[in-house]
Ligand binder design. Sequence first.
Ligand SMILES: [Zn+2]
Length: 371
Amino acid sequence: MNLSVFQSPARYVQGPDASAQLGPELAQVGVDGPVLILAGGTAHRELSGVWQDSLAKQGLPVRIEAFGGQCTAEEISRVTAMARDFGAVAVVGAGGGQVLDTSRAVAADLDIAAINCPTIASSDAPCSALSVLYHPDHSFDTYRFYRSNPKLVLVDSRMVARAPVRFLSAGLGDAVATWWEARAVRESDSENQLHGMPTATGTALAHLCYQMLLENAQAALSAVRAQSVTPALERIIEANTLLSGLGFESGGLAAAHSIHNGLTTQHETADSMHGEKVAFGLLAELVLEGRSEQTIREVLSFSMAAGLPVTLAQVGLADPSAAVIAEIAERAVAPGETIHHEPVAVTAGSVADAIRVADEIGRGALTDQRD
Ligand SMILES: [Zn+2]
């Protein structure tokens, strides 16, 4: 019998101005030497002074380096060399997904502590034990998997509140799929993303994530539009970052993420964020699984209210040919894809049909909304 596996970051900290606590929080997880901080543009501009003060008070030498812009093998080598020269005992990634992915890769290469400080809540990557690498031309390169999750994830909710609302919306798209994918994994007795069986804990966290989204998403979007921190925003940051992260890794992934991967074969979808494509992938997953109309309507209205795409046109594919849909579906059912965790038999043909029907449902809902 396969073993059940659950894995998580060692420590998770969240709140307004949490950045000012970076020094004590690093000490709390045992960091006691030079720290290299790799920072995206906004984080570098707004937080460098705060970090310097906080780490100086803790007696931790710090070097802050600007991120090169993309998580590539070249950027990882550049930052790894820098961290080695500095004698860093920890690498902090601060900013969006690609900064964090790069910092985790550097920490793994040097076998030192990985610390993640996301400044947006646009995906569930910050808590995970993997990185997505790209080629310099922005095309997908490979995944890198690590032995452990970050030692510390620290989220400054004031930074999230000040970021463009589209980032939070995309995070809602990535998070809303978490429960339905974990449920498919559970129903089909499949493995989670840690190559173990899901624990009841992992699946329950995915469900809690969904409940928190239904109850707080609208109020959280309003908070970000007003650039303000509220309890609802705090709950959504936790759902998008921590619960969705634990839920997808320990609960498992299924069709929504595979259909996302299928959509990425079309360069027209490049302007849509990860969570936006996942949101459309989820609608197709629910159709593929034959879920009730009530379920599909619930998810559809959530996505529409969150400003997420519900049609192919909204992810950049206005009027795609049958060949384009077939290509997306073929990629989605490639060997090793998580769509094979579905509780129903899946073929390229059934996925293409589900994509077409999800698009039809979404277009109908948009027309109703306009009337
Ligand atoms: Zn995702």
